[in-house]
Design a protein around this ligand. Structure first.
Ligand code: UDX
Ligand code: ADP
Length: 485
């Protein structure tokens, strides 16, 4: 990809620039790509990404970045050492910065009040404490991590309670809307940039400073400013709406399997309505990723805490439908293979939560694999980008019976000798495989369970596969309904 660092802000000199140095705490899926694009598009600004995880920082400084994101390698190589730095020296970076992004993870709490639902803000809080401790000049602090509504208030309180004399902070909310696998294009051409801040002279000045950064490449009409709480809630709401669409089409997919309708045809018909649009209507084995489930659980928890049980129950249903979809697919594999997979060998193609990423957080593949392992199957897993250690860790975290898993570096090796192929991720390369070659090397009858609805099912059936997919009744199911029930 050619590197385009064209600027939209012209005529700005270093003296006039409201921000000369940026620090970002958290070198993860959000902080790393976001700061790389900031550095690319703002050559007049120095960007330093800091993390307490030394290994991660070393990876960002190496030729093998810690995350796979199409187009990112070239950008990091272009900017690193010029105006983009990765460091573990948090104190220096924070002291020198005019503006500090907090991009640390906010996992769901695993203990105590709100366990399993509320966001754990301990990392955000420790960042606020560190900023207050080391900074002796005024700063703009920008909350980029997805956080519960009114989190900025906690950051402000911590900063105020610990601030050194003469130091002032403005806290802004600037949620990140990038999706993994498309982070670079999402950041370069965002639908919108959202900045929430305090409605005061100082607040507006801070908003203008952060807008100035984005105006280097984002048209001004796409930079939306709101109050802090609207900005925080918008991020949770956007993710909840997106996930809700997937759960809605997945609910319809179950109806399709029972009626003979085809969910792809239904999705196309729905999506042609300009009020609805065609995106995010791909029925699947279920949604995954670090955001959707976490953010909706967080929304549910907030609603309950605010004594809005009906609102909480409404959003909880989006999660429940997703759980249902994942377990329904696992059950369908078992029932499709004569109600037993004990000692059968099954190839899993794709383990990442979506294509073009090596991330497995909340991947539906984990749930499907655990289900199959509990039923006594042996799994042969292949994913183009997920590390072997990550798969083993994901499958050993909870009690899922005897671990009978082998990880393969070649999809044909994974398929050889198995009874079934299960597609869990929609990788483009899965469309290119020689399925006749796989079929010839498999046990018969050979099954394919396409959890992403991406393959050419007619062609596969002609090869001899018994094909089952989401949101469509197979001829075998139809036969079963007609004659066996
Ligand atoms: C999401 C939001 O899209 C992004 O704006 C936010 O900043 C972070 O959360 P991400 O989780 O990276 O991004 O990926 P996304 O493309 O939204 O996909 C999430 C999950 O939904 C994946 O498992 C994907 O496979 C699934 N999905 C998506 C479907 O099952 N069907 C669809 O039609 C779309
Ligand atoms: P996200 O997807 O939100 O970017 P990641 O888990 O990929 O989440 O990245 C978050 C990063 O934040 C991790 O690399 C983690 O080490 C870092 N981090 C968390 N807490 C702190 C902290 N208090 N100080 C510095 N880095 C932190």
């Amino acid at each position: 990809m050619p590197i385009d660092n064209s600027q939209g802000v012209t005529g700005s000199t270093t003296e006039q620039a409201p921000v000369r140095k940026i620090a970002c705490i958290g070198a993860g899926y959000v902080g790393g790509p976001t700061c790389s694009i900031l550095a690319l598009k703002c050559p007049d600004v120095q960007v330093t990404v800091v993390d307490r995880n030394e290994h991660r920082i070393n990876q960002w400084n190496s030729n093998k970045l810690p995350i796979y994101e199409p187009g990112l390698d070239e950008i990091v190589q272009h900017c690193r050492g010029k105006n983009l730095f990765f460091s573990t020296d948090m104190t220096t970076a924070l002291k020198e910065a005019d503006l500090i992004f907090i991009s640390v993870n906010t996992p769901t709490k695993t203990f105590g009040l709100g366990k399993g639902r509320a966001a754990d803000l301990k990392f955000v809080e420790s960042c606020a404490r560190l900023i207050a401790e080391v900074c002796d000049q005024s700063k703009i602090v920008v909350e980029k991590s997805t956080v519960p509504v009114r989190s900025a208030a906690s950051i402000i309180n911590i900063l105020k309670a610990n601030t050194k004399a003469g130091v002032k902070y403005q806290v802004l909310s600037n949620p990140e809307f990038l999706a993994e696998g498309t982070a670079v294009s999402d950041l370069i051409s965002p639908d919108r940039v959202l900045i929430g801040g305090e409605n005061s002279d100082e607040g507006r000045k801070a908003i203008r400073a952060l807008s100035w950064i984005y105006q280097h490449w984002v048209p001004a009409d796409k930079i939306v400013t709101t109050n802090t709480w609207s900005s925080e809630l918008s991020k949770l709401a956007a993710n909840a709406f997106l996930a809700q669409r997937i759960s809605s089409i997945n609910a319809i997919s179950a109806l399709c399997e029972s009626t003979g309708a085809d969910v792809s045809e239904v999705a196309k018909a729905i999506g042609l309505d300009s009020r609805l649009g065609p995106k995010f209507l791909q029925a699947s084995v279920g949604f995954g990723g670090s955001c959707f489930q976490k953010d909706i659980l967080n929304l549910v928890y907030i609603s309950e805490s605010l004594n809005l049980p009906n609102v909480a129950a409404y959003w909880q249903q989006v999660i429940d439908m997703n759980e249902y979809q994942k377990s329904r697919f696992g059950q369908r594999i078992v029932s499709g293979m004569f109600n037993t997979i004990s000692d059968k060998h099954i190839a899993i193609l794709g383990f990442a939560f979506k294509k073009n990423t090596g991330d497995t957080r909340e991947s539906p593949a984990i749930c499907v694999c655990k289900h199959l392992l509990e039923e006594g199957a042996y799994l042969h897993i292949y994913d183009p980008k997920v590390e072997k250690e990550q798969i083993m860790q994901d499958l050993s975290e909870e009690n899922c019976g005897a671990i009978s898993v082998s990880i393969h570096e070649d999809p044909y090796d994974a398929a050889r000798g198995t009874h079934a192929l299960v597609i869990c991720t929609e990788w483009d390369q899965f469309l290119e495989y020689d399925y006749k070659r796989m079929y010839d090397s498999m046990m018969k009858p050979a099954f394919i369970f396409d959890g992403r609805k991406i393959l050419d099912h007619v062609a596969l059936s002609k090869i001899g596969f018994h094909v089952e997919t989401i949101g469509m009744r197979t001829s075998q199911q139809y036969f079963y309904t007609l004659f066996c029930q």
